[in-house]
Design a protein around this ligand. Sequence first.
Ligand SMILES: Nc1ncnc2c1ncn2[C@@H]1O[C@H](COP(=O)(O)OP(=O)(O)OP(=O)(O)O)[C@@H](O)[C@H]1O
Ligand SMILES: [Mg+2]
Length: 321
Amino acid sequence: MIVTVTANPSTDRAIALPGPLVAGEVQRAESSREDAGGKGVNVARVVSAAGAPARAVVPVNEHDPYRLLLDDAGVDLEVVPVAGRVRANLTITDPRGETTKLNLPGAELSPAEARALSDGVVAAAEGATWLVLAGSLPPGVPDTFYADLITAVRARWGANAPRIAVDASGSALAAVVDSARPDLIKPNHEELAELIREDAADDDDVIAEAARRAAALVPQRVASALVTLGADGALLFAADGAWRGRAPKIQVASTVGAGDSSLAGYLLADLKGASAPDRLARSIAYGAAAATLPGTQAPTPADLPAGPIAVTVFSPSTATH
Ligand SMILES: Nc1ncnc2c1ncn2[C@@H]1O[C@H](COP(=O)(O)OP(=O)(O)OP(=O)(O)O)[C@@H](O)[C@H]1O
Ligand SMILES: [Mg+2]
């Protein structure tokens, strides 16, 4: 069982424009669709679609229309009742494959609601193989929320605690890495740089820079790191080695949720006992499949790219392309 947490859920509205987005203009959309979003929900949806057991823990108001979208998502839920309404995130795509995202702030969680969410996650984690903490934190909860949650889950379940994966950014991720030694993190290139207080903007060699940054974290502060690099594929760093996988050439429809699908693919492979290079290949295949689908539509095993994903052992000396 994979249990996911979505502290700051969103309704994802994907809007397809017939041409490039122009600021200040009135433009007509070609189509639009609405999905229950939030990274933990996305991960649970992809895991469920592959036939593996998943449950999503989500704080939601019972009268929120988001509940109906969640029901459509076909995900097993653990709802923690809260007063606020779920925010919307907008994704605007055009025929060139350009994606613009507008993420709205979520409703505030009161201290009592944050405690109820934490208690709900600790209870839901019983017997799980993986616990996935994914996405931003809502206003009202401290940056240490995920780090504290990891401590609480491990204190409650001890040797039976699930392994814990974190897909977050900024100070929420930094707090986890500072104090909670997660089993897996899934940063993209920018998130990894930010984690060690660097700016990725001027990187010449993305692969070499990612490897250098990961070496500062794995395995001392983080047991393993799956670093996704968009069209450049992904890198996996663990105590027993590092691997590089190349992304297949694909027709991109929307890269939203590609990272979430990558994480789901990695965990699905891990549930089957796959080796590190196979886990990396699965994660890249799922990320690529997500990028070929519109909106945050969850890829199923039938959507995976047909060919094999090239994975090689990675060492700093092979870092140049
Ligand atoms: N243009 C692309 N071509 C091929 N594969 C892609 C492309 N974009 C993404 N992918 C696949 O998806 C994976 C994850 O993408 P990316 O690194 O962009 O995630 P992310 O930045 O965490 O995304 P998000 O958080 O928005 O879901 C990549 O490792 C790759 O396998
Ligand atoms: Mg991401």
